[in-house]
Design a binder for this molecule. Sequence first.
Ligand code: T3D
Length: 263
Amino acid sequence: MRMEYQALKVTMTDAVVTIAINRPDKLNALNEKALEELMLALKNAEQDPGCRVVVLTGVGRGFSAGQDLKEHQDHGGADQIGAHVARYYNPLAKKLYHFPKPTIAMVNGVAAGAGMSLALAADFRIGSKTARFSQAFVKIGLVPDSGSSYLLPRLIGVARALEMAMLGEVLDAETAYQWGLLHRLVEPADLQAVTDALARRLAAGPPLALAMIKRSIHRGVEHNFDESLEFERGLQAAAARTEDHHEGVAAFLNKRAPEYRGR
Ligand code: T3D
């Protein structure tokens, strides 16, 4: 179904849905419209059987500068913040983190506050050399939200996460890559092509197995070794019953590329 969005640009090429936050003058700061539409676009992509991969990015020179602080102030944000996070940010962070298809954050520019949290919740982060990251919350007397307190120490370690969260400094792309925040670091001119190549590769993978891999890796960081073994065993039994598994083995044995159908 084709949707008209006000705060997003949503496009689909082959099996890849790209969701771009489209408030470039505000570095794609998140107002209520953008938050509502992000949730809607993700739900649509989840339900669309033709979509196999989602790319999240920003229009212009920013990825997302987090909560729109003008709207936050105009709406009496300080008093409403708990309810606002519960209504918008937490469901969005959960939707993205648990999304049953591969997700890529194409980090074109600054990702700050909850904008950084969204990038962290994606499976892959491909960064241009113009990417920057800031746990900006502390700069306005707030604390990491939208999953940053959970995801950041797991991605870069407790010491670095504390440094980012307590100082709120802007991390450049090179350092973000060295710290493991970015999977790939590319020239701005190559960002789209490198992201497209990864997205196409993921889109050609076995969708059911990819969804199960994500669940199992997430489960692995949340549970102990013995529980993870048992969870893996259950998923493996389910994966082995898919047509895609049989196709993968047949393709290997016949020395041809597999054609996965998500069945
Ligand atoms: O209500 C709730 O639920 C609260 C939830 C909170 C979650 C959060 O995300 S809290 C954190 C919110 N974000 C920030 O505190 C970041 C604020 N922005 C910055 O620190 C800087 O803009 C950046 C480091 C991100 C980028 O700096 P720079 O120098 O590249 O750009 P700039 O000149 O500061 O910004 C360009 C424009 O975007 C500017 O507008 P103007 O003056 O050209 O009209 C600036 O005001 C606007 N902008 C940037 N960030 C925001 C924003 N406008 C509204 N909200 C923003 N977050």
